[in-house]
Design a protein around this ligand. Structure first.
Ligand SMILES: [Fe+2]
Length: 219
């Protein structure tokens, strides 16, 4: 499969490289190395700002939302890093451009009230998703969060939370980061998940990036 075909299949350059390793035995002959490179997306903590029951929507932010426009798209793939997963449920949530979430009660996942900058969608028949939003702002870890006391005050790099599930695969919770963010190196979560950092391209209206998510098979 050449690069143009991969693009047509909705796969990012990241997985083009993975695919090259897997399919083109001449590139890297070691199956062990191929397995090491093609792997399920690593999970991360759910974090204190998750909320159950968000609405189905892919446009998290309308034109009235302050901040730089951001589009994140990608494909949810099975463990071979090639097979798209249709109808995977993708939940996303993030802070606004000033680093504030829509809840002031961290850790209360069933907090009632208006949802803002969060939503969920199903991947299409080709396993694709696409969200329209704004660049999330950085924020400090609040004080007195149970279990996170020693991280209080550190600045989190900009990120978007994802939770992805499908009936035959193992769900994954993760955070997506953006290349070049100077706060990644000192963040205990971002620095430990380099595969969850993507490059962004500038376009006419804002920025965009591609993030593919690989789920482990459940059996
Ligand atoms: Fe967060």
């Amino acid at each position: 499969m050449d690069k143009r075909q991969m693009a047509g299949a909705g796969l990012s350059r990241r997985h083009f490289l993975y695919g090259g390793v897997i399919l083109g035995g001449g590139l890297l002959a070691s199956p062990a190395l191929a397995r090491q490179i093609c792997r399920p997306t690593e999970g991360d903590i759910l974090g204190p700002y998750y909320r159950f029951g968000v609405p189905f929507l892919a446009k998290l932010a309308g034109p009235e939302e302050p901040g730089e426009r951001l589009v994140v798209s990608g494909t949810v793939l099975s463990a071979d890093c090639r097979t798209p997963i249709a109808n995977a449920l993708v939940e996303v949530w993030q802070a606004n451009s000033t680093g504030l979430y829509d809840t002031q009660t961290p850790g209360n996942f069933t907090d009632k009230g208006n949802f803002h900058l969060r939503g969920m969608l199903y991947t299409d028949a080709q396993g694709r998703y696409r969200i329209e939003t704004v660049m999330p702002g950085r924020y400090p870890v609040p004080p007195n969060l149970p279990g996170l006391e020693r991280y209080a005050g550190i600045t989190r790099p900009a990120h978007i939370h994802f939770r992805v599930m499908e009936s035959l695969h193992v769900p994954v919770t993760l955070q997506l980061y953006f290349e070049g963010d100077p706060y990644i190196a000192k963040d205990p979560w971002a620095s430990g998940h380099p595969d969850s950092t993507i490059a962004l391209q500038a376009d006419g209206e804002g920025r965009s990036g591609v993030f593919d998510i690989v789920l482990a098979r459940g059996f």
